[in-house]
Each structure stands twice: as C-alpha cells, then as structure tokens.
Design a protein around this ligand. Structure first.
Ligand code: NDP
Ligand code: 2IT
Length: 445
C-alpha cells in the first residue's frame, strides 16, 4: 500500500480496536486504491480517505424483550449510518448471536461501494442485533422486533435510512418491524423498509434477487471466456435466502448445484438439489439440513470438514463472512473449481482471495456479485414512491440489466487501472470513485 493509504489503515485499526472484520473490509478496499490514487492523486486530498472510513453516525441501543416463559432478555441493537453521499443510507439488518459493532461496521462499509455499483442513488448502512431467532416462537420474534423498532424508528425514514433483511431477518421479521414502525409513527411509509410482503408494498423478485444476481454475475464472468454455466457442477454453501435462490437460478441456467449447508453441517446430493424439498424444509418448516437428508434418498449429511471439500466447477459461498479460508481455496482449486461468485458478504478470507487470484480463476467479490439484493430493494423503493407494482418479468429484467451493468463496470475499471480480469480491483475502484466524486462535490461534510 502507498504510505498515504497505509496511514489511513493504521488509524482505522487504532481507532476501532478489536474490530477485525471491519479492519479486513477496509484493508481490502484501501489495497485496491493504490493504482486509483496513483492516477488521480486528488482522491487522497482533503482527508477524503479518512472521512470515507469513518461512519457518519453509529447508533447502539438496548433491546429488552420478554420470552414466552415470562423471562426478560436484553439484546443490543445497532444501526451504522455509514455514508449518505449517494442517497439515503441503505442496507440490511442482521439478527445473529455473533453480531457486534465490528461486524455491522464491516457490512456497512462494504455496503457503501456495493450500493454505488448499482448506480441507483443509495447510500450505505447496516444494522442488526445479537438476538438469535433460532428456536424462538413467532410471538417471541414479534416481541423482539417490536422492541427493536421502538428505538430504531426514530432514526429511519424513506429519505433518511431504509433497512432491509440479512442473516436472520426475512419477510416475517420485516413484517413485525413494519407494523411497529407504522403504529408509532402513524404513517404508512411503505418506502421505509424493503423486503416487504407483496400485499403491503413488497416487490416481486426481491426474495430471489440476491441469489439470482450472484449466479447472473457468474454467468457474465464465464461469458468473458466464451463459456457458460450450462452443465457445470456447482458447490453452494448456506441454506438461507441467498443460497436457495442461487440454486434456483443455477438450475434454470442448466447447471447442477449439488450441495448446501447450515451451521449443523453440509449436504451432498450428487443427483442435484431437490429445490422444492429444500424450500419446504428451510422456508416453510424452518428446519435443519438433516431434515432434507431424511426425506431424500441418495443425499448425505456431513458434519465434519467443510462444504469446500466437495469438488465442483463453480463455488457460490452464500452463508457468512470468512467461511472460505486459504486451505478451502486450495482444496477447491485442486478439485477443478474455475469460478467463485460471492453471494455472501466477505465469505472468502484474504488468503482465499489471494489463492483464487494467483490461480487466475474468475473471482467475483461480494460487493459486486451479491448486489442484486440491494438493487432490487432500490427497485422496491422506486415502486413504493410511484405507488405502482411491476410484474415479475419486468422486475427480473431490471435486475438482469443492473447485474450486467455492474459486471461491465468492474471489467472497465479493472482495465482502466491496468489489471484486466481483476474483479476485486474493478469493483472497489468503480464503487469508490463514484462515492468519492460526490463527496468532493458536497464539500467537507
Ligand atoms: P439467512 O439467514 O437466510 O441464511 C443464512 C445461512 O447461512 C443459513 O443457512 C445459516 O445457517 C448460515 N450461516 C449463517 N451464519 C453462519 C455461521 N456463522 N456459521 C455457519 N453457517 C452460518 O441469510 P441470507 O441468506 O440472507 O444471508 C447469507 C449471506 O448473504 C450473508 O453473508 C448476508 O450478509 C449476505 N447477503 C444477503 C442479502 C439478502 O438480500 N438477504 C443481500 C446480500 C448479501 P444457520 O441457520 O444454521 O445459522
Ligand atoms: O448485504 C446486503 O446487501 C443486504 N443484506 C441487502 C440490503 C438491502 O437493503 O436490500
């Protein structure tokens, strides 16, 4: 890294002690900026880099709630409003026991550049709580969501900050939170949350969008080599919203996904994943991956090792950060993997990214490859603002166009800065310059 950039990174580490995921996400972006700043030194002036790594606002709050047995629990809520240069803060809410300030900050930081890549006028933010929804009744989840929104509602609004889902937050949670927002604010601001139900302002394709987008991105990368997903064996991790719809789109494009996973283990189904059964187990029953294996002859559950031990042509990490390390990358490469498209946020460790890039395979980083989710959230906001609803084909065509544009922006930026085919540099450079140009236009704020 150039001295000026290195200094900014050291300051981030000193100022945000112990927030290792945040350090990692900042390092990855700053590292890409060397060729950008070498060509356009003004991006390092006016403390622009120092400003971009500092959230505009960080909100932390107590979330007390009562379980079904009458016991009181206290969780911690977060909303990091990171950057509003391009539009209202936009980004998901994560409910998972591992959530802390550093994790929300890494996600919020990534979101700035991801949202810039969509070119839809959305700033970057993220939030969530260390609440664990697993094993909780609907009534408990509702009471938690109501308590969480009782505080969050004073900080958000359709032109201010627009949360959505992420790990542990899907349609059910968005519904409870919207109900509480509407009640306290006495205002039907449909555009204040995205991922809503179709009957109350949600958009068709939002549920499918992140997984679909990650697969479309893989398809675009393959097309640069005159290849496609047709006939490819696909290794997928996760079994949530992103993984399920990545599997669906991969199947539609003629590929064969053979794995999925959750925190209890991974499943290998050599015949190809039975998507209807997976949806039944995960979306309807909220069960574990073992429930799939019980009903699917030929599928096996593996509880040791990692899903990346399974050889395949394409890997789609769709679970969580740092789920794919250097060893897993080496195993994937030995197994013949030639494409990685990140459905999750920062699922590959720096060592894994380095291994993929050294091997010269097609590697699509999360901030580009998984941007279809937030892009379709912005389409939902657009429909809410216009009090209109698009059909599935219209929304999907828009998503497909946006993913193609993101891919092409990454390719163009990688070429401009001298590293053709480097999607990490391409995504970071294209996202950064869009935000930086507007921050400069807005002055020192
Ligand atoms: P879900 O909650 O629907 O699913 C998450 C899946 O990943 C579950 O199968 C879960 O297993 C598994 N998982 C989560 N954390 C861990 C962990 N620490 N160890 C092992 N397995 C884990 O979330 P999503 O599918 O929405 O999100 C998946 C990833 O995609 C996240 O990185 C998220 O930030 C990213 N993303 C999501 C978008 C969206 O629109 N939803 C948009 C862009 C990115 P278990 O249930 O056992 O915990
Ligand atoms: O990481 C992400 O981009 C999301 N969780 C989706 C954010 C959104 O606002 O739809």
């Amino acid at each position: 890294m150039q001295d000026v950039v290195e200094k900014v990174y050291e300051q981030v580490v000193a100022r945000n002690r112990g927030e290792v995921e945040f350090h990692q996400a900042v390092h990855e972006v700053l590292e890409s900026l060397d060729p950008v700043i070498a060509k356009h030194p003004h991006y390092a002036e006016g403390a622009l880099l120092e400003r971009i790594v500092e959230p505009e606002r960080q909100i932390m709050f107590r979330v007390p709630w009562v379980d079904d047995a009458g016991q009181v629990h206290v969780n911690r809520g977060f909303r990091i409003e990171f950057n509003s240069a391009l539009g209202p803060y936009k980004g998901g809410l994560r409910f998972h026991p591992s959530v802390n300030a550093g994790i929300i900050k890494f996600l919020g930081f990534e979101q700035i550049f991801k949202n810039a890549l969509t070119a839809q006028g959305i700033g970057g933010g993220k939030g969530g709580s260390d609440f664990d929804p697993h094993g909780r009744s609907d009534a408990e989840v509702m009471r938690f969501c109501q308590s969480f929104m009782t505080e969050l509602q004073r900080h958000i609004g359709p032109s201010t900050d627009v949360p959505a889902g992420d790990i542990g937050v899907g349609g059910r949670e968005i519904g409870y939170m919207f109900g509480q927002y509407k009640r306290i604010r006495n205002s039907y601001d449909a555009g204040v949350l995205t991922g809503k139900g179709l009957a109350w302002g949600g958009s068709l394709v939002r549920t499918e969008a992140t997984g679909y987008g990650a697969v479309l991105f893989a398809q675009s990368m393959l097309a640069t080599k005159g290849d496609s997903l047709e006939g490819k064996k696909v290794i997928v991790s996760g079994a949530g919203n992103v993984a399920i719809y990545a599997i669906e789109k991969a199947q539609q494009l003629g590929a064969t996904p053979i794995t999925f996973s959750d925190s209890s283990g991974y499943v290998v189904d050599e015949a190809g994943v039975d998507l209807e059964l997976l949806k039944q187990v995960k979306e309807v029953e909220r069960g574990r991956v073992a429930d799939y294996v019980e009903r699917r002859p030929g599928a096996r559950l593996v509880t040791g090792g990692s899903v990346w031990d399974v050889p395949g042509d394409v890997a789609l990490p769709c679970a969580t950060q740092n789920e794919l390390d250097g060893d897993a990358a080496a195993t994937l490469l030995r197994g013949g993997c030639g494409v990685v498209s990140e459905g999750a946020n920062m699922p590959s460790t720096p060592e894994a990214v380095e291994a993929f890039q050294k091997a010269g395979i097609l590697f699509g980083p999360g901030k580009a490859a998984n941007a279809g989710g937030v892009a379709t959230s912005a389409l939902e906001m657009e429909q809410n603002a216009g009090r209109t609803r698009w059909d599935f084909a219209t929304a999907e065509a828009k998503l497909t166009g946006i993913m193609a544009d993101i891919h092409d922006s990454c390719v163009a930026a990688a070429e401009e800065y001298g590293r053709p085919g480097d999607y990490v540099l391409g995504a970071n450079a294209a996202g950064f310059t869009r935000v930086a140009d507007v921050m400069i236009a807005h002055g020192i704020v």
